[in-house]
Write a protein that binds this ligand. Structure first.
Ligand code: NAP
Length: 281
């Protein structure tokens, strides 16, 4: 299978690397072309990376970026052959995804949405959780690729279902990050050793990937990536577009809006900055 891969950021670079390591014939493209260094096969535009490919994986930032990569002047749609399959693994709006799918279908190009969870660690280890939306036959065509990138690949439903599931994920992790930050502030204000507290709680009901992997950031006040706070804010805005009242998600969104200018490029665990500040720590 010949694969094109667009977007070699925090997530995309190790994902594309894993596909190469698994033996796929992969050609990459990244807007900032220096990031292509280290990959043998490179293309100068999304159109070029898509030409002659069976499948094009995309891992870019936001809804307008996916639109640009697909339909811009040098977009995938100008290069991909009829019958090609687009696998969009970016986290974007579900409604826009359905619109993009319909526009691609006019060119006889199929699309599935396959956003991920599991952070940069999951991207590097090939253990991502992948939430997939699309037609069954298209999902099956992409499965050999998704199986290399993910530890758990779930076909949820039609196109857009992956993005809706990812929005649910982002709402849930809002609570985990806020909860771990608040719990650690309580521990530190109470004079407890926060590392011992994390160790003690790691097998009980409070255990979570956030407690396991991000408590250290919050204790030591360094927030290396990870998952950019700005990207989580983008995702919460998508979730809250539903109009449903989600109080914890709304509160975390407001906190992230206050932090984004200064800390948007740091890991989402930087939420702890505001929790600590409010507690006078
Ligand atoms: P990132 O490090 O900021 O990388 C973004 C990538 O998108 C870069 O390759 C960037 O190219 C490219 N890009 C952005 N806008 C573009 C445009 N208009 N045209 C062409 N290329 C464009 O982001 P990331 O952390 O890899 O995240 C990628 C996606 O995965 C996002 O939707 C994010 O929400 C999702 N995600 C991330 C994580 C995580 O832990 N990081 C976890 C789950 C899901 P340049 O190099 O030229 O800027």
């Amino acid at each position: 299978m010949k694969i094109g891969f667009v977007g070699l950021g925090t997530m995309g670079a190790p994902m594309a690397g894993n596909l190469v390591a698994a033996g796929f014939d992969v050609t990459v493209h990244n807007r900032t072309r220096q990031r292509e260094e280290g990959f043998e096969k490179r293309a100068s535009s999304p159109a070029e990376v898509a030409s002659d490919k069976d499948l094009v994986v995309m891992m870019v930032s936001d809804t307008p970026d996916v639109e640009e990569v697909l339909f811009g002047p040098h977009g995938v749609v100008h290069g991909a052959p009829p019958g090609a399959l687009i696998v969009d693994m970016s986290t974007i709006s579900a409604d826009a995804t359905k619109d993009f799918g319909a526009r691609l279908a006019e060119h006889d190009i199929a699309m599935i949405d396959a956003p991920v969870s599991g952070g940069s660690e999951g991207a590097e280890k090939g253990t991502l959780t992948i939430m997939v939306g699309g037609d069954e036959a298209d999902v099956e065509r992409a499965r050999p690729v998704l199986d290399v990138l993910g530890g758990k690949v779930t076909h949820i439903g039609p196109l857009g279902s992956g993005q809706l599931t990812k929005a649910v994920n982002q709402v849930i992790i809002s609570g985990y990050f806020e909860g771990v930050a608040e719990g650690l502030v309580l521990a530190m204000k109470s004079g407890l050793d926060p590392y011992k507290v994390v160790e003690a709680l790691s097998a009980g009901m409070a255990r979570s990937a956030v407690l396991e992997m991000r408590a250290k950031n919050m204790i030591e006040q360094t927030y290396p990536l990870g998952f950019k706070l700005a990207l989580h804010l983008k995702d919460l805005k998508i979730a809250l577009e539903s109009g449903i009242d989600l109080p914890v998600a709304r509160m975390v969104k407001e906190t992230e809006e206050r932090l984004v200018a200064e800390h948007g490029d740091e890991d989402m665990s930087a939420l702890a900055i505001e929790v600590r500040r409010k507690a006078g720590l």
